[in-house]
Design a protein around this ligand. Sequence first.
Ligand SMILES: Cc1cc2nc3c(=O)[nH]c(=O)nc-3n(C[C@H](O)[C@H](O)[C@H](O)COP(=O)(O)O)c2cc1C
Length: 207
Amino acid sequence: MTFNNSDTKKLLEIIKARRDVRGNRFVGAEIEKEKLDMILEAGISAPSVGYSQPWKFVVIKDNKTKENILKNFKQENDKAKEIFKDKELYTKLKLEGIKEAPINIAVLYEPKEKDVLGMTSMKKMGEYSVVCAIQNMWLMARALNIGIGWVSILDEKKVLKEIGASKDSMLIAYLCIGYVDKFYEESELKTLGWDKEKNLKDVVEYL
Ligand SMILES: Cc1cc2nc3c(=O)[nH]c(=O)nc-3n(C[C@H](O)[C@H](O)[C@H](O)COP(=O)(O)O)c2cc1C
């Protein structure tokens, strides 16, 4: 399969238009099953070290579970507020959309019992493979005009217990997914002045 210029341009547009979406933008409308499946299918189409496909997706709609995860977030965020107490902006930030999003997905890494090709030296490649799946999901969701927010201010062990994950699982991402009233044109943290955007000159080195 070969792609033409307009396909390439469209892909870049989708990549650039992807945003992290928090609770203040979700509108609460249900996500159609076929669209959710497209997002999950994008996830499992990601590359993985040694073709290990070490991911698992726990789709959460249950209100009680969401409430408990939100409680977990609030506890962890109170600790974070202490860390950033000099930055008044931190306390004003909305950093999750757990209740507002109709669907939450816990994306887990499930390590293999056997040795994995490509993971004999660099042991974190399994976890990185799951991150590839998450980025695929994020982009597919954006192409469907659906927003995703990644929440990481959580006590991982408590989340795993709450969702009944297997003993060795690791929480890689807790995602809030739903339709939005709008996608911001640039990162909200950039707009609010939390940090500056880096460009190619800042991050690329040629040897
Ligand atoms: C690994 C990872 C963890 C993140 N955790 C959070 C989080 O806990 N809360 C939040 O509001 N945003 C979180 N984000 C979103 C980032 O803040 C966001 O991607 C960044 O500000 C750039 O904005 P954009 O994604 O809209 O371009 C996370 C993003 C990544 C990649």
